[in-house]
Design a protein around this ligand. Structure first.
Ligand SMILES: [Zn+2]
Length: 210
């Protein structure tokens, strides 16, 4: 198994490559920027890209997706509840003072319960609204791995003050969908260091008393 997670772009969103070297296949989660660098890494690893999975439609997570699709031919998957947010890319870029990346509607949705990923490393989609209405986490149960986007961070949670954000909803999403996962589940977050479900259940100040 190849698992690489690294920050991309001015907001340093974590992009993840998960590959099966025997099958020569990979998925990429949240190519927020630096599509050429991500493509170069896939080429160096000898992996064919099968899916581009987006945890939500904020610019720092989707900015490189269309470019990566053009470089690889892989389809883009995004939860349909974030389509309105995807349409605000110009506004999102203006808030940050960065150029507007070209985007396109996703090729497929990412519905709750849907199975995505590689044949050998499948993931289940967990719809976890709150940071945005279409935020999802990807749970690779056999790998004891969760890719959480901006829903859960080490010692924090995603901001809910942007359009589409809802504080009560993100707390409920984390409580009902993420905290029931096994303690040892490794969590790759959308920004900053990784953590585990057990660590966050015990010590995340936003989840105390949950
Ligand atoms: Zn975000």
């Amino acid at each position: 198994m190849i698992l690489e997670s690294f920050p991309v772009g001015p907001l340093q969103a974590n992009c993840t490559i998960l590959g099966d070297e025997d099958a020569g296949e990979a998925i990429v989660i949240d190519p927020g920027d630096e599509a050429e660098r991500i493509h170069g890494r896939l080429t160096k690893l000898g992996l064919k890209l099968k899916q581009i999975l987006l945890t939500h439609a904020h610019i720092d997570h989707v900015g490189g997706a269309l470019r990566l699709k053009r470089l690889t031919g892989a389809p883009i998957l995004l939860n349909e509840n974030d389509l309105p947010l995807l349409a605000t890319m110009e506004q999102q870029a203006a808030w940050l003072g960065i150029p507007t990346p070209e985007t396109a509607p996703p090729d497929e949705g990412l519905a709750d319960g849907q199975r995505v990923g590689l044949e050998r490393y499948p993931a289940q989609v967990l719809h976890t609204p709150g940071h945005t209405q279409g935020s999802v986490c990807l749970h690779f149960a056999p790998l004891k791995l969760l890719v959480a986007g901006d829903t859960l961070f080490a010692g924090s949670i995603g901001r809910t003050d942007l359009p589409g954000g809802d504080y009560g909803q993100i707390i409920d999403s984390i409580q009902s969908r993420l905290l029931p996962l096994p303690d040892e589940t490794r969590v790759l977050t959308g920004h900053g260091p990784e953590t585990t479900i057990g660590t966050e259940r015990r010590s995340n100040p936003f989840l105390r008393g949950q």
